[in-house]
Design a protein around this ligand. Structure first.
Ligand code: ATP
Ligand code: MG
Length: 465
């Protein structure tokens, strides 16, 4: 598309007296006053106004002004040109950061991602018109204490509806990321989709958007309170095929299995604590079930789906450019999510699980198991009792000074073996260490230097026999 995008012929301006002054922190008011003293118009814009209308506390504060970026830099002493080309200067005020953006209008989008050009100095209504959704297109005028609401954002806030500003098909064609923002905002703020806006979503328009930008919206969606609705929306609209195509069958024959997989995975993601690595682990824990499925005379099995799932989720998250440390954590949780537990398993088996997974990952693994149990819908008091009992047993092992701590680190190392037993460095040392580690998992009291050297000696003798 070239030329100027004009979603509205003439936007109607509605203004309403409102007083937010008491709800805005003093350092924001202060910055607004400084701009006003310089004869500039200044408005609170974006998510902050929306959050105030909901009676929530905004996470960040954005101001819009008719001052040009250079003027903003001249007016404030501490500034960073974070998005200067698009008019945004970050100002540091009383230890906080504030984004101040020159009122602008976007002129044409030819790549479906960014405006080709922006023009500064237009009025507040034009500035609101370029914004994505009506709930985000409301401004607060500091000097007149007025709410400027040309697109019915306040009403949509009240009814908790997410609707595009202007023709949704046009707005999504301008910038395909808005489709992902639609479900992100819906999930984070628990909103209802406006039908026409949702219908205009077209996965083909996501082509030119980078994985990084999609991933950022996806991560926020996953942390939302209505994560299940958000994921269902992504799946139904086809956008999820652009993020995780592994959730869809290669052909129609397996559509039932995949539909079950999505339902269970989304439910697990909703049931787990809202922390990014946990939500991703819950979402992807069964992702390899379809490719691991075998049918034998004993029934349908998914052997190895935990191991395959750890690999596959690693590939998926790498493709989405998530950081390596997060990927490693998620893969590890998926790798061990099938750990076996029954109340009568031995202490040694519990210790072996802890040694395999790492004590620091145990709380997350238990949380994943809890979400998995809830998502299967087969929560019996028995399964939850098992879960509680195992949690208690593991906690006891991991307490400072408890036996597991003792079993964690061997009281001897390779050097000790070489020095005390007169051995040469080589693979045999590693073999002895592995043998000793196994022994102390069975019997933590053996973890004392002299006893271990004795055991090592015996092991050597048994090998020589
Ligand atoms: P959050 O609470 O996550 O900060 P937010 O609504 O402030 O939510 P931001 O991503 O910080 O979201 O964007 C700030 C404002 O900029 C939005 O409220 C919206 O008005 C506008 N905006 C952001 N991205 C787009 C976009 N792709 N197209 C149009 N307007 C956008
Ligand atoms: Mg914001």
């Amino acid at each position: 598309m070239s030329g100027k995008a004009k979603p509205f012929a003439t936007p109607l301006t509605a203004a309403e007296q409102i007083d937010f002054q008491g709800k805005i922190p003093s350092w924001v008011i202060e910055a607004a006053n400084i701009l006003r003293e310089h004869g500039k118009a200044v408005y609170l814009v974006g998510g902050a106004v929306r959050d105030l209308l909901w009676g929530e506390i905004p996470s960040d504060w954005d101001l819009a002004t008719d001052a040009l970026p250079e003027e903003v830099e001249g007016i404030f002493s501490k500034t960073l040109p974070t998005g200067k080309r698009f008019g945004t200067i970050t100002v540091e005020a009383a230890g906080h950061q504030l984004q101040i953006t020159t009122l602008r209008e976007d002129l044409g989008y030819s790549d479906g991602r960014r405006p080709d050009q922006v023009s500064f100095g237009s009025d507040i209504v034009n500035d609101l018109a370029r914004r994505d959704f009506t709930i985000n297109a409301v401004a607060y005028d500091f000097s007149r204490r007025l709410l400027i609401d040309p697109f019915g954002g306040r009403k949509d806030c009240r009814r908790r509806i997410i609707r595009s500003v202007g023709d949704p098909a046009l707005r999504f064609r301008e910038d395909g990321l808005r489709m992902f923002r639609f479900y992100r905002l819906l999930a984070v703020h628990d909103l209802k989709p406006e039908r026409k806006t949702e219908k205009a979503i077209d996965p083909e328009l996501a082509k030119s958007i980078s994985y990084e930008r999609i991933r950022d919206e996806f991560s926020k969606l996953l942390l939302g309170k209505a994560v299940r609705e958000g994921l269902n929306g992504l799946a139904k609209s086809g956008l999820l095929t652009k993020i995780i195509p592994e959730f869809f069958p290669p052909d129609r024959t397996q559509s039932g299995l995949y539909s079950y997989l999505r339902g269970h995975s989304f439910a697990a993601a909703a049931a787990i604590r809202p922390s990014l690595h946990l939500r991703l682990a819950a979402l992807l824990h069964d992702i390899a079930k379809p490719v691991s499925m075998t049918v034998t005379d004993t029934g349908v099995h998914f052997y190895g789906h935990d191991q395959k799932g750890a690999e596959l989720s690693g590939e998926i998250l790498k493709r989405l450019r998530y950081p390596g440390r997060l990927i490693a954590k998620v893969s590890l949780l998926i790798r061990w999510h099938m750990f076996f537990y029954q109340p009568n398993i031995s202490d040694a088996a519990v210790r072996r699980l802890i040694a395999k997974v790492g004590g620091e990952n145990i709380p997350d693994l238990l949380e994943l198991r809890r979400a998995d149990i809830i998502a299967t819908g087969r929560i019996s008091s028995e399964t939850m009792e098992y879960w509680k009992e195992l949690s208690e047993r593991i906690r006891a092992f991991l307490q400072p000074g408890a036996e597991m701590k003792k079993a964690y680190q061997l009281a001897v190392n390779g050097h000790d073996l070489i020095k005390r037993l007169g051995l040469n460095p080589g693979p045999l040392i590693g073999e002895i260490i592995a043998h000793l580690s196994e022994q102390i998992l069975e019997e933590p009291d053996l973890n004392r230097e002299e006893l271990l050297l004795n055991l090592a000696q015996k092991y050597l003798e048994s090998k020589l026999r």
